[in-house]
Design a protein around this ligand. Structure first.
Ligand SMILES: [Zn+2]
Ligand SMILES: [Zn+2]
Length: 189
């Protein structure tokens, strides 16, 4: 069965070199849905608690929220960093507190201090799904990701890698020693 949860992500981007109006900088509220598949954990009668999916995913995904997302070859990137530098906000500001854990992989790099994500490919809805899967596939048994932004929407199914050991008392993933990081439950080996 699947547990699923949804996130609102507000962001600015543009399609550099795209021959349409999307080549101009603009913003969206994107809606991201993540579906996690596994057996139903009999202890709690859930696949996975949705608030835990939210917590795990949002720690990473909040880097995209209220952020600027630009492709690595976009000339706006050095221009904007120059403005942030002169304004003294490139390396952070006291009011910039909703920062996620910095990440970097082959598709994207997050700079939480200046609310920027630099991408290898254009950040279309398809591009977002690829990035989210690459960032979260080791943390969640993802079966499907859907992303909607304005009139654009895309979805992709994935093959989850096996089953995850979960706490029978609170439903969250056990650590590598079979211990629940939340309630201390210990799996009998
Ligand atoms: Zn757009
Ligand atoms: Zn527990």
């Amino acid at each position: 069965m699947r547990s699923m949860t949804t996130f609102d992500i507000q962001y600015a981007h543009r399609f550099y070199r795209f021959k349409g109006e999307a080549q101009y900088l603009h913003g969206h509220t994107g809606i991201l849905t993540i579906e996690v598949e596994d057996t139903v954990n009999p202890g709690v009668n859930m696949v996975f608690p949705c608030n835990e999916i939210q917590k795990t995913a949002w720690a990473v995904l909040k880097n995209f929220d209220h952020a600027l997302i630009l492709r690595e070859d976009d000339p706006l990137l050095p221009a904007i960093l120059d403005v942030y530098e002169k304004q003294g906000i490139r390396n952070g500001a006291p009011t910039n507190t909703m920062k996620g854990v910095a990440f970097s992989n082959e598709l994207c790099t997050a700079y939480p201090d200046c609310r920027l994500v630099v991408t290898k490919e254009t950040m279309t809805v398809e591009g977002m799904i690829k990035m989210v899967h690459a960032l979260l596939k080791d943390k969640l048994n993802i079966a499907k990701i859907t992303f909607t932004s304005g009139a654009n929407a895309a979805s992709q199914e994935f093959q989850p890698e096996g089953t995850m050991d979960r706490c029978p008392l609170c439903g969250i993933a056990l650590d590598e020693n079979g211990v629940c990081p939340k309630c201390g439950y210990r799996k009998n080996k």
